[in-house]
Design a protein around this ligand. Structure first.
Ligand code: ATP
Ligand code: MG
Length: 320
């Protein structure tokens, strides 16, 4: 079985990525043949800022959370032109109205009326990433659900057109949906509301100071509301279910203060950081040239891409 997932090089990864997707990728690297795509073609020219640094940071972040470079086929999207060739072919099988209804496209259009075509058609490219490698599982965040559905619409349309199975449907494997530190949007690189995968104590303290808690509480120990405290939502991600339930009940009945929950979160994050820091140090001490590794690994993936594209051409009888 094959799994695929990836990230746009628009900054460093964060705890949203960890609980939304990386955590499942770490598990899948031992179960499946896993491809990890650094999707640089999906960064439009308007968004392009320090892409090279972001690529390097993503590789460091991957390693720091436990992804092993030898257990995964990590590659740079722009080094695999076959992905664009297949995407153009797949674009025959998706009508424009469906694309316009994708929530992330709607969101982009709402924020900026003049988005470029690259930002508009990226779901087709994402489908190509999944279908070229024949991935069965796609460990992603819940925000990607409509995009995976769209991939499966393309699969259905292609198979119907050719009256045979050219592609198999893929299955999304969703992690948790992690809110940003201010509470009202998802944690996202480009929104500046993130908890990083590693930082020093002073930075962590300043982030914790900004995290939204229940500001409707009149005194420190007034009953708290679970849905108002982002700290409680983060704690839920770290704690054992029954331990969390106990804490939640205490919070709801005003037995614990927001200061206490923040201290608890600080401890969980520090423990997490001691792991990511040790992995980061291990990587730096190895002296690996990250770009040389990425090019090597992408060359290996390209050979698979060429063979797979040829197989699709043979199956469809269309030499696109
Ligand atoms: P950008 O702001 O540039 O879009 P991003 O932080 O949203 O960046 P992406 O590269 O778009 O990150 O997403 C990579 C993967 O991480 C996707 O599978 C996405 O679902 C997941 N992911 C990103 N943010 C979160 C989050 N807050 N909660 C859960 N999953 C997330
Ligand atoms: Mg995103």
């Amino acid at each position: 079985m094959i799994s695929i997932s990836g990230d746009r090089p628009t900054g460093s990864l964060h705890m949203g990525h960890f609980f939304g997707s990386l955590i499942n990728r770490v598990a899948f690297q031992d179960l499946y043949t896993q491809f990890l795509i650094i999707a640089d073609n999906q960064v439009s020219l308007q968004e392009r800022l320090n892409v090279r640094t972001s690529i390097k940071n993503i590789l460091i972040d991957y390693f720091s959370v436990g992804l092993d470079f030898r257990k995964n086929n990590i590659f740079l999207q722009s080094l695999i032109p076959e992905l664009s060739v297949l995407a153009q072919f797949l674009s025959n099988f998706l009508d424009l109205n469906k694309l316009k209804r994708v929530p992330s496209i709607k969101f982009l259009l709402k924020r900026n009326k003049n988005i470029c075509f690259n930002s508009f058609c990226f779901p087709v490219y994402q489908s190509s990433d999944i279908l070229l490698f024949g991935a069965r599982y796609v460990p992603v965040g819940l925000d990607q659900s409509a995009l995976i559905e769209l991939t499966n619409v393309i699969v259905r349309n292609v198979n119907r057109y050719f009256k045979r199975t050219i592609f198999n449907k893929c299955i999304p494997v969703f992690g948790a949906s992690v809110p940003g530190i201010f509470g009202y949007e998802k944690m996202s690189k480009s929104l500046g509301n993130v908890i990083p995968l590693y930082c020093d104590d002073a930075t962590l303290m300043s982030i914790l100071a900004k995290i939204k808690t229940d500001d409707t509480r009149i005194t420190v120990l007034s009953p708290g509301s679970y849905s108002c405290s982002v700290v409680i939502k983060y704690l839920e991600l770290f704690m054992e279910a029954n331990e969390f339930l106990k804490l939640k009940m205490q919070y709801l009945s005003g037995l614990v203060s927001d200061g206490f929950t923040k201290k608890l979160l600080f401890n969980y994050l520090r423990e997490f950081y001691s792991y990511t820091l040790s992995r980061r140090n291990m990587l730096f001490e190895s002296g690996i040239d990250l770009f040389a590794y990425l090019i090597d690994s992408s060359n290996y993936v390209r050979r698979i891409a060429i063979a797979n594209l040829n197989k699709i051409r043979r199956l469809t009888g269309i030499y696109f």
